[in-house]
Design a protein around this ligand. Structure first.
Ligand code: UGA
Length: 435
């Protein structure tokens, strides 16, 4: 099929490359001329495993093309996806300026039937506004449909998530739209939930908020575990085997981050408020998430007493492994707290250091984990990158000034580290908080 995707950000690029890989002719549109020029030269602005190769091979096969002209996209596609950003505005509501602009520009360039699909994460009822906007800008008596097709991909495994989804959600209002979306997604052979547009929009916000709720729930339980010396990973294992609960998103840690959960939760609370409902549960989820970082900093204080002038090593900055994304990463807030207390911080992250350099000027950026450990009085694990799981701890013990590891992601076996002589503190596995 001929499709175009407006917005070459994370969702737009991954979806564009994957739709092309499925055999479609895809035009990725972005109004940032520099970005488009870079993409044409094969420079991919984000780190996502496999994406660069997928884009290059589909460009070569002439199935994927980049342009800054929305007209080109609209003229040459039967389905147009809107995948522009919906960043939080100051009060936490999603800023839908980009969606409105794109909808208006699509309308101005439409000469015959088109299916316009929202892929960006948007508050419920945005579809109504998109329809209204297109109607106001459309030139002749051109027919169109609007659909909602939220994206559920996770950074770091986005291509696999796209190609093997648990489900595809499509909200729409006409048979023509349904036939087109059925055909487009047929090669994935996945269950498709066809529903109305508003329900589809809500499925996205409700899913992300529910996953965040699971994380905050287990993080709250981890605080109780710390107080009584129980093991939160055992509690999660025992809970997760109940099929009604499920094992996913029950890893306790330093809280969720990223460009989605914090923003979507906030936006869902705001839209609920606007509709006259006080979503207290989600407010508590957010509060627990913030508290989790404070709990972690308290563990550092409980170990070192005074933080000022202490040499503290940090492994991991990105909000999760396999991405260079540091948006709302818990590590950023934790490093800020340490710097505010006067600590000397050394960091290493396999992918996220360049992005971090714009935020912290005084932090010492190291070339590998061992350089971080040299002279450190305590080592913090803030992202669970695989390469941190295989370190040489005998070497690390010799390099550190004091052998203290505080693990915000529960990646090590406490007995192994304690045997080597480390003081090992983790999250909800009987830490220092137990008096
Ligand atoms: C999330 C959703 O998982 C995707 O389905 C969705 O498409 C995406 O948001 C989006 O709306 O675009 P993502 O933000 O890439 O994906 O990351 P996740 O893997 O969901 O992790 C989010 C955060 O939760 C990370 O900081 C991670 O460390 C944390 N987390 C996750 C935990 O602390 N514990 C867990 O058990 C799982």
């Amino acid at each position: 099929m001929k499709i175009s995707i407006v917005g070459s950000g994370y969702v737009g690029l991954v979806s564009g490359a994957c739709f092309a890989q499925l055999g479609n002719k895809v035009i990725c549109v972005d109004n940032n001329k520099k970005k488009v020029a870079a993409l044409k030269k094969g420079h991919i602005p984000i780190y996502e495993p496999g994406l660069s190769e997928l884009i290059k091979s589909n460009v070569l096969k002439k199935r994927l093309h980049f342009t800054d002209s929305i007209r080109e996209g609209v003229e040459n596609s039967e389905i147009i996806f809107i995948a522009v950003g919906t960043p939080p505005s100051e009060n936490g509501e999603a800023d839908l300026t980009g969606i409105e602009n794109v909808a208006a520009n699509i309308a101005k360039n439409m000469k015959s039937y088109r299916l316009i699909v929202e892929k960006s994460t948007v508050p419920v009822e945005t579809g109504e506004w998109v329809k209204h906007t297109i109607k106001s800008y459309i030139k002749k008596d051109v027919k169109f449909d609007v659909a909602s097709n939220p994206e559920f991909l996770r950074e770091g495994q986005a291509i696999d998530d796209f190609m093997h989804p648990d489900r595809i959600v499509v909200g729409l209002e006409s048979q023509t739209a349904r036939q087109k979306m059925e055909l487009l997604y047929k090669p994935l052979n996945a269950p498709i939930v066809f529903t109305d547009i508003k329900s589809a929009e809500l499925i996205k916000h409700a899913s992300n908020s529910f996953l965040a709720t699971k994380i905050s729930f287990i993080n709250a339980v981890s605080c109780i575990c710390d107080k009584v010396g129980a093991d939160v990973t055992e509690v999660a294992r025992g809970m997760g085997l109940d099929k009604r609960i499920g094992p996913g998103f029950l890893s306790a840690g330093i809280g969720y981050g990223g460009s989605c959960f914090p923003k979507d939760l906030e936006a869902f609370v705001k839209i609920s408020e606007k509709l006259g409902y006080n979503f207290k549960l989600l407010k508590a989820v957010k509060e627990i998430n913030e508290n989790q970082k404070d709990e972690f900093v308290q563990k550092i204080k409980n170990s070192l007493w005074i933080i000022k002038d202490k040499n503290i090593g940090v492994l991991g900055i990105s909000f999760k492994p396999d991405t260079d994304d540091i948006r709302s990463a818990p590590a950023i807030d934790i490093i800020k707290s340490l710097e505010a207390e006067g600590a000397k911080v050394k960091v290493y992250d396999p992918q996220a250091m360049d992005k971090t350099k714009g935020i912290f000027k005084t932090v010492n950026y190291c070339k590998d984990p061992y350089a971080v450990c040299k002279g450190a009085e305590c080592l913090l694990i803030l992202t669970e990158w695989d390469e941190f799981k295989e370190l040489d701890f005998l070497k690390i013990k010799k390099l550190m000034r004091r052998p203290i590891i505080i693990d915000g992601r529960n990646i090590y076996d406490s007995r192994r580290l304690e045997k080597i002589g480390f003081t090992y503190i983790s999250v909800g596995r009987g830490g220092l908080l137990r008096k």
